[in-house]
Write a protein that binds this ligand. Structure first.
Ligand code: CA
Length: 229
């Protein structure tokens, strides 16, 4: 049975959506404010999200962005204002569908079913799923050689990508600069170890919110670097 999370502050609308979806055998949870909605979305195991745009605390934009940074499941955005729908569509937040209120519950159910079918086809019998590493807001798609920070794609050189991926695949382990140089540059460590330092600096500038207080790659003084799990 597919599980759906509705984040909607108008409880009568949320209840109506839930009733209709349950009639179609979906398991449905409701959150009525943005903060609780975001928490449930990131922690729960849902197959699809229905997000109202205007919510208390955290709006639907932000919830969509944060879900998309870590999950590929369908997201349907709902808003009372057509203008808002046009605006969020333009932002490319990664939502799969946009619905303007008022809408008929049966239309909503039809769209939910269509998106779930499409998604299941995509991850099921279709092409093999990309190998993806996801750590907090950082997403490394190894197959496609792409990196996303909080849902936004960031460009990496080949060596930066290899170094970041290597560290992320071995969290909580300290590697010396010599070892990283040997592994990533694939040479016996006769080259310039400073290359590693330069690359770590560039990676931090791309993935860290504040490079002077790294949340991902820590410097272990006198030893090397460690990726925080
Ligand atoms: Ca609302």
């Amino acid at each position: 049975m597919s599980r759906i999370l509705i984040v909607e502050d108008e409880e009568s609308i949320a209840d109506l959506e839930k009733d209709y979806l349950e009639l179609s055998d979906f398991e449905v949870d409701i959150e009525t404010d943005g903060k609780a909605g975001l928490k449930a979305a990131l922690q729960g195991n849902y197959d699809l999200f229905i997000l109202d745009l205007m919510l208390p605390d955290v709006d639907g934009f932000e919830i969509c962005r944060e879900i998309r940074a870590v999950k590929d499941v369908p997201i349907l955005m709902v808003s009372a204002k057509k203008d808002d729908i046009d605006k969020i569509r333009g932002l490319g937040l990664g939502a799969d569908d946009y619905i303007t209120k008022p809408f008929s519950p049966s239309e909503l159910v039809a769209r939910v079913k269509a998106h779930l079918t499409r998604y299941e086809r995509l991850i099921g019998t279709g092409a093999p799923k990309n190998e993806v590493i996801e750590i907090r807001g950082l997403k490394i798609d190894k197959t496609a050689h792409r990196v996303f920070v909080n849902g936004e794609e960031v460009q990496f050189t080949t060596k930066e990508f290899d170094l970041l991926t290597f560290l992320a695949e071995h969290p909580d382990r300290v590697f010396s600069k010599e070892e990283l140089f040997r592994r990533i540059w694939n040479m016996e460590s006769v080259g310039d170890i400073a290359t590693v330092t330069v690359h770590i600096k560039k990676i931090r500038e791309k993935i860290e919110f504040d490079s002077s207080k790294p949340q991902y790659i820590e410097t272990i003084w006198g030893v090397g670097y460690r990726f925080k799990a």
